[in-house]
Design a protein around this ligand. Structure first.
Ligand code: MF3
Ligand code: CO
Ligand code: CO
Length: 258
């Protein structure tokens, strides 16, 4: 499949969408603490998205016959991605929680995620979170014109596995633009020098999903929540990145403090 190349207008709109997605996430971070429910975070996210004049790209997102029922994805501990917020899910000291925010503004999409500690977490889980964040940075650093998608994948995988963790294979990063998921796929595993050639004007959602235990996952009966097969904790970080002749530009950085 052909990878969409954004023109100047597309790039300008992707910058706006990215900044909004990042600003929503930035405003949710300080709310994370023991005692809050994932539904509280959902409602705050929904309200920030509206306040910034955007829409959730998640709400009603269809896979097969299912429509995603919330405005945010919030995944706790062994939940890898696509956790559905719930008033029954209370965050506890020692948990980790991933907040994944995907918004549409002027027809263009920004997609970003972070994993945060709730209170005090154990050293191995702290390391899992740190290594996953570093893997994202190392992947982004490979999003260079002239490189191949596999160079991103290989950099992420090498870092994660060198620390004894595993990369999820069942879900991958992706191109992002007027649709949430565009070509190319951006796996978190693979070989250097393989895959599509990176050109200027590509917008990529790079998103390592890293498990403390094995790489296998399964989907819960709710049809959405992806969890580790072995119940081990999982971390996830994501940025939307524009490729340019002068290097990767991270689009999901907050523009203003709100
Ligand atoms: N934010 C996710 C991604 O990184 C996708 C959300 S799936 C939805 O690709 F069902 F919640 F919409
Ligand atoms: Co996302
Ligand atoms: Co994504």
């Amino acid at each position: 499949m052909n990878i969409p190349i954004k023109n100047a207008e597309g790039i300008a709109r992707m910058r706006e969408a990215g900044a909004i997605a990042a600003t929503v996430l930035e405003n949710l971070k300080p709310l994370v603490r023991p005692g809050i429910t994932t539904q509280d975070l959902e409602e705050a996210g929904r309200d920030w998205i509206a306040r910034l004049g955007a829409r959730s790209a998640d709400f009603g997102y269809q896979i097969g016959s299912r429509r995603y029922p919330a405005h945010t994805c919030i995944s706790v501990n062994e939940e890898v991605v696509h956790g559905i917020p719930s008033f029954r899910r209370v965050l506890r000291d020692g948990d980790i929680v991933s907040l994944d925010i995907t918004i549409v503004y002027n027809g263009y999409i920004g997609d970003n995620a972070v994993t945060l500690p709730v209170g005090t977490i154990t050293p191995p889980i702290e390391k899992l979170v740190r290594v996953t964040r570093e893997a994202l940075d190392l992947g982004i650093a490979q999003a260079l014109v002239g490189n191949r998608i596999g160079d991103i994948s290989a950099a992420v995988q090498a870092h994660v596995e060198s620390h004894g963790f595993s990369v999820v294979r069942d879900m991958v990063g992706h191109g992002v633009g007027t649709k949430m998921h565009e070509p190319p796929e951006v796996p978190n595993f693979g070989r250097r020098g393989t895959g599509d050639r990176i050109k200027p004007g590509m917008t990529l959602a790079i998103e390592p999903m890293v498990n403390l235990g094995g790489y296998k996952t399964k989907t819960l009966a709710d049809g959405w929540t992806v969890v580790t097969a072995d119940g081990s904790p999982s971390a996830h970080f994501e940025h939307t990145v524009l490729t340019t002749d002068t290097g990767p530009e991270i689009l999901t950085l907050p523009r203003r403090s709100a």
